[in-house]
Design a protein around this ligand. Structure first.
Ligand SMILES: *Cc1c(COP(=O)(O)O)cnc(C)c1O
Length: 433
């Protein structure tokens, strides 16, 4: 299977190249040439398929012979080594819990798979690769954990000093080894611009092999299709509506791919916070990027969602077709708080702020009796304990795997917000090897 660059369709690359390169030569995103469909027999199964076996069958369609069966199985066995759980919270409302991975957020699915295939492909290349990630918190921790101890790969995570949560900082700075944490005296945008400058600096790129593991990488997207299949098989009901708390729309795009591969879905709900570019698009057909606004569901504070281009490409840039498939609603911070409280008091279930955006979006669009809603819960509520505990008036139990990183020592390098400092740092890493 080849992948092409949106808006530059003649540029076609293998899966391997799409993963290692991340983005096309004109800055466009890669999409698969075709979306494979699963055979009818795949859906005629009496029992719930094994998650890893299903992942293998689905991902093979996108990778074909670029990774041999044994190796792909090894990768999958390792990547999906935590459970995906589907629970019922009310009559026709279900929750697929995507927070059972090491950093307690759904980004673990994409980041772990990206790390595994990057390591796999790069080992054949025999040159160390440096992954640069600028983060406002969640992506950095998922990527750091995912790449930890991967061979031939170093990760440099840049985060704004004092502007990420203590927990996120611990998850980034306590690993050590091939994970280098850089605390930047500046904002998230400063971190991002340092990374961009490095990618555009020939005196760096001629010398060091750089890559990124951000959400535009196709390897982040594909493994996210699997839990849609898993949710579908777990419930075995019709009239499905997937509710997707959305920021960069990667999760939603994965769902749309799963739908094209054969899962019957009535509708997808793109649930957003006050960053409502996609809601406006669904209403008007006009796409207008905005500056991002800070909210309680901060992993979705995105003003110009990168995967919008992929969605439009999948539906031939046809507004009416997109509108048939996707509905969207935006939710305020106050509504997030009241939804967390309501769901806890009525259904005895603790949502995190992102999941709460999803729940409230359903309510705002009007809950339809015949539908079965599957809400993707993208983060564990403990990650946002101060917000959540204040409305439910109760302490959330801290999962064991979290206690471990909380007890470890932080190890980070502080740099000023100056490109030359960053450049010297990068070059020193290479000299040190
Ligand atoms: C990243 C993130 C989202 C948004 O996902 P997208 O794929 O960017 O739309 C939602 N919830 C949480 C907890 C996240 O970390």
């Amino acid at each position: 299977m080849n992948y092409y660059e949106i808006n530059n369709k003649d540029y076609r690359v293998s899966f391997k190249q799409a993963v290692l390169q991340g983005i096309g030569i004109k800055g466009g995103l890669f999409v698969p040439e075709t979306i494979p469909t699963m055979p009818k027999e795949f859906f005629h199964t009496a029992k719930l398929p094994n998650y890893k076996e299903m992942a293998f069958t689905i991902l093979s369609k996108f990778i074909e012979d670029e990774i041999n069966e044994n190796d792909l199985w090894g990768i999958i066995d390792n990547v999906f080594n935590f459970n995906t759980t589907v629970v019922k919270i009310a009559n026709n409302i279900f929750v697929t819990e995507l927070f059972n991975g090491p950093t307690l957020a759904f980004k673990d699915y994409g980041a772990r798979f990206t790390a595994a295939v990057t390591e796999y492909f790069n080992l054949l290349e025999n040159k160390k690769i440096f992954i640069l990630v600028a983060t406002s918190g969640d992506t950095g921790s998922a990527v750091a954990q995912a790449f930890y101890n991967k061979q031939g790969v170093d990760v440099v995570v840049l985060y704004p000093k004092g502007k990420i949560s203590e927990l996120q900082e611990k998850q980034i700075t306590t690993l050590g080894g091939n994970i280098k944490a850089l605390e930047v005296e500046g904002t998230f945008d400063d971190c991002q611009s340092l990374v961009k400058k490095a990618f555009n600096d020939k005196t760096i790129t001629n010398y060091i092999k750089l890559s990124s593991a951000n959400s535009i990488n196709i390897a982040r997207l594909l493994p996210q299709t699997i839990y849609y299949f898993y949710s579908y098989f777990s419930l075995n009901v019709s009239d499905l509506v997937f509710v997707v708390p959305s920021g960069n729309l990667g999760n939603l795009t994965a769902g749309l791919i799963a739908n094209k591969m054969g899962i019957p879905v009535n509708k997808f709900i793109a649930a957003v916070n006050e960053n409502k570019v996609i809601e406006a698009y669904m209403k008007t057909g006009i796409y207008e990027p905005q500056k991002s606004i800070q909210t309680l569901a901060n992993a979705m504070d995105v003003g110009n969602p990168s995967n919008f281009a992929r969605i439009m490409e999948m539906y031939n840039n046809n507004y009416n077709t997109v509108k048939e498939k996707i509905n969207s609603a935006s939710v305020s911070d106050n509504e997030i708080l009241s939804a967390i409280k309501f769901v806890y008091e009525n259904y005895n279930y603790i949502l995190d702020p992102h999941g709460a955006v999803g729940y409230k979006a359903v309510e705002k669009l009007g809950l339809i009796e015949k539908n079965n809603y599957i809400l993707l819960e993208t983060a564990h509520p403990i990650k946002f304990y101060d917000t959540v505990e204040s409305v439910i008036n109760k302490k959330i139990i801290v999962p064991e795997r979290l206690k471990e990183s909380l007890n470890k020592e932080k190890n980070t390098t502080t740099i000023d917000n100056n490109y030359n400092t960053f450049k010297e740092y990068l070059l020193s890493l290479v000299e040190g090897n």
